[in-house]
Design a protein around this ligand. Structure first.
Ligand code: ACO
Length: 330
């Protein structure tokens, strides 16, 4: 049995924060933000809009586009670092209930910006082992809830949104996910973390404004470029695939300069590289499925085309995947 990437959906909240809005909030400029990150604007969820609310909207689209009925879904994995509730229940179980699914296996996965690639690897493993047939993977983030809007080094980067995909069992090898890499190195944990609120809290306020993100941006940037470049080169070599065979390089959308450096290392042409960071900012676990949805809805992503995904995030974690799109054309 193989695992096929059957469909994609996404949801973007309506409220927009532009770089000009940040000029009024912290000591920054539109020019600095765009030049250093490639970001012009990001979407922000409404006060009463939760990570599960956004995940459900993306999931409903993905399920509809898969041609399956909701009841065919036998597992939900939600990749998020901004869950509805930090300890329990999981956001995946809330998504299941909001979708009207009873007794489905549902759990969250914590791998920061690499969460969607990790979730894809989990879905693939459950399907290839025969344990599940149709797995809904959701990347949903309300990062605005864990962002310190007085810290100019991080607040300008992050946005909210959700993406979802249905991964299904198939006997057709041409549809199969080809390979997935996942890795981590906890020695770099302090580069990007939410230091408050957990059992390892290094703050004397374990509950108040818990979980805001702190990042050593410049050090993270250097490790990201080095790690991602090595990883995408390795996954292509191991599978005897040349970069010219990739129709869509869909990287995690953290910073245009990171995407450009990795794309250049693979000699990719501009039309092979998917860029959404300009309009969504960094939406962590949601960024890759949101980007796939963008090329799907614009008609750029066609059945049978090969995607190369790559991601890097807190942990540190990283991952890459070679994925043929096995869904219906829009
Ligand atoms: N506006 C103006 N100046 C700023 C801002 C701002 N918003 N933020 C920082 N600066 C200043 C700094 O204070 C510093 O000033 P100094 O030279 O006087 O000390 C100067 O700009 C340069 O700061 P750097 O941090 O060196 O800037 P850099 O070019 O590295 O860009 C950035 C910062 C955008 C954060 C970049 O390092 C980056 O993208 N890092 C990687 C992020 C990433 O990939 N994270 C992993 C995924 S996220 C996740 O997992 C949740």
């Amino acid at each position: 049995m193989h695992a096929a990437f059957r469909s994609i959906g996404a949801y973007v909240p309506t409220k927009i924060l532009t770089n000009a809005d940040f000029e009024a909030m912290v000591d920054t400029t539109d020019e600095w933000i765009f030049k250093r990150t490639g970001i012009k604007e990001r979407h922000i969820a409404a006060d009463d809009e939760t990570t599960s609310d956004m995940g459900v909207k993306a999931a409903e689209l993905a399920i509809e586009r898969s041609g399956l009925s909701k009841n065919d879904i036998d597992m939900i994995v939600c990749a998020t670092i901004s869950p509805d509730y930090f300890c329990m229940p999981s956001t995946a179980t809330i998504i299941a209930t909001k979708l009207g699914l009873e007794k489905v296996t549902a759990f969250d996965l914590s791998a920061a910006c690499t969460g969607f690639v990790y979730a894809l690897s989990v879905a693939r493993a459950f399907i290839e082992s025969g344990m599940k047939k149709n797995v809904l993977i959701v990347g949903s983030e309300k990062l605005s809830a864990i962002t310190d809007y007085t810290d100019r080094g991080t607040c300008i980067l992050f946005g909210d949104g959700a993406g979802a995909a249905v991964i299904s069992a198939t006997t057709d090898k041409s549809e199969a996910i080809i390979d997935i890499h996942t890795g981590s190195d906890g020695a770099y944990a302090d580069l990007l973390m939410s230091p408050n609120g957990g059992s390892g809290s290094i703050h004397d306020d374990p509950t108040g404004s818990a979980c805001v993100m702190k990042m050593k941006g410049n050090e993270t940037f250097k490790v990201a470029v080095r790690t991602l470049t090595n990883d995408v080169v390795a996954i292509l070599e191991e599978n005897n695939i040349t970069s010219s065979a990739i129709q869509h390089f869909v990287p995690h959308q953290a910073n245009y300069r990171i995407i450009k450096a990795v794309g250049d290392a693979l000699n990719l042409k501009d039309e092979q590289v998917v860029i959404t960071v300009e309009k969504y900012g960094n939406t962590s676990g949601a960024s890759i499925p949101m980007a796939i949805n963008d090329i799907y809805e614009s008609g750029r992503l066609q059945k049978g085309e090969l995607m190369l995904l790559d991601a890097f995030g807190g942990g540190l974690t990283w991952g890459s995947a070679l994925v043929p799109f096995a869904g219906k054309n829009i």
